[in-house]
Design a protein around this ligand. Structure first.
Ligand code: RIB
Length: 307
């Protein structure tokens, strides 16, 4: 039977604009690339991805009472999410992310939180107490109170908690997270949280130990982009190789990765198998444009793994 995951997180409309380079201060640059308004948000990307990988997903989020909010809720339903805890906030606009996508596929993102900033600890507690999840997945794109509530619910009921540490937040009170099953920051988030750039194996280990000294983490999984991922279990470490794919757009690859490792780990209980699955899922996400639109299916991930 599919495992039920409560995903507590943000929903955004991404304003995606391709650009040959990022203009300097005072410079106006004309981009010949196209633009699009596409579904995104770290929470929504992870929720849709977890459902695509076979989980039964309950999504706890907020959108504004506007056309973007309607569009997102409709999409979540289409993608099979339980949206009973996606609230329509009458006072705030739907979150918006301006995603500047460079030719190399890397991006720079500015987020207007809007309704996401109103996702409360009560929203999360209500979602948890009415959905009886097997696990909880969250990120840092919502208020710390909501993340901490998610962690507390998971700890109280002894269900695993998966945390994606994006976006980077130096001031996040990590110590208040109770036990975390998998904690997964990317390179920038790792550096901001620990002061250590994970640019070689020694620094990956130092950063992982620094994180474990602050939080009770079972597995630290550092997302290292085109270097794959680094898994640390408090004693042993492994570097899992990446898949070599053409990079179109890295947006949401990290969200897809964390959803994939969480879903596969719930199925198998094996962290290394799950990390390989997540590397494949992340690789497929970077080879497509957009956030939610780049989420692969479980079959696509397994096909890449089989190659
Ligand atoms: O991680 C990618 C996401 O970050 C985008 O979809 C955007 O909405 C921002 O939240």
């Amino acid at each position: 039977m599919a495992k039920r995951i409560l995903v507590a997180g943000s929903s955004n409309i991404d304003f995606l604009l391709s650009t040959p380079y990022i203009p300097a201060p005072g410079e106006t640059m004309i981009s010949s690339g196209k633009y699009a308004f596409t579904p995104g948000g770290k929470g929504a990307n992870a929720a849709v991805a977890a459902a695509s990988f076979g989980a039964d997903v309950v999504f706890c989020s907020r959108v504004g009472d506007d056309a973007y909010g309607d569009r997102l809720i409709e999409l979540f339903k289409k993608r099979g999410l339980d949206t009973r805890n996606v609230h329509v906030d009458r006072l705030e606009q739907t979150g918006l992310a301006v995603v500047m996508l460079e030719k190399s596929g890397t991006n720079r993102i500015i987020v207007y939180s809007g309704a996401n900033a109103k996702i409360s600890d009560i929203d999360v507690e209500n979602a948890f107490s009415t959905s009886y999840p097997d696990a909880v997945l969250t990120q840092f794109e919502i208020r710390p109170e909501a993340v901490i509530a998610a962690a507390k619910c998971a700890a109280d009921e002894s269900v695993p908690l998966f945390v994606d540490a994006g976006p980077a937040n130096r001031d996040f009170p990590l110590e208040q997270l109770e036990r975390v099953e998998i904690f997964s920051p990317n390179e920038i988030e790792t550096e901001i949280l620990t002061g250590i750039r994970p640019n070689n194996l020694e620094n990956c280990l130092r950063a992982s130990i620094a994180l474990c000294n602050r939080v009770d983490i079972k597995y630290v999984v550092l997302k290292l982009g085109n270097r794959g991922c680094y898994v640390y279990d408090g004693k042993y470490c492994d570097l899992i190789s990446p898949f070599d794919v053409p990079v179109v757009d890295t947006t949401a690859a990290g969200d897809v990765f964390t959803a994939a490792i969480s879903t596969e780990y719930l199925r198998t209980g094996d962290i290394l198998t799950s990390a390989k699955y997540a590397n494949a899922a992340g690789a497929l996400a970077v080879s497509k444009l957009g956030a939610v639109n780049s989420v692969p299916t479980d079959e696509e991930v397994r096909a890449l793994l089989a190659q």
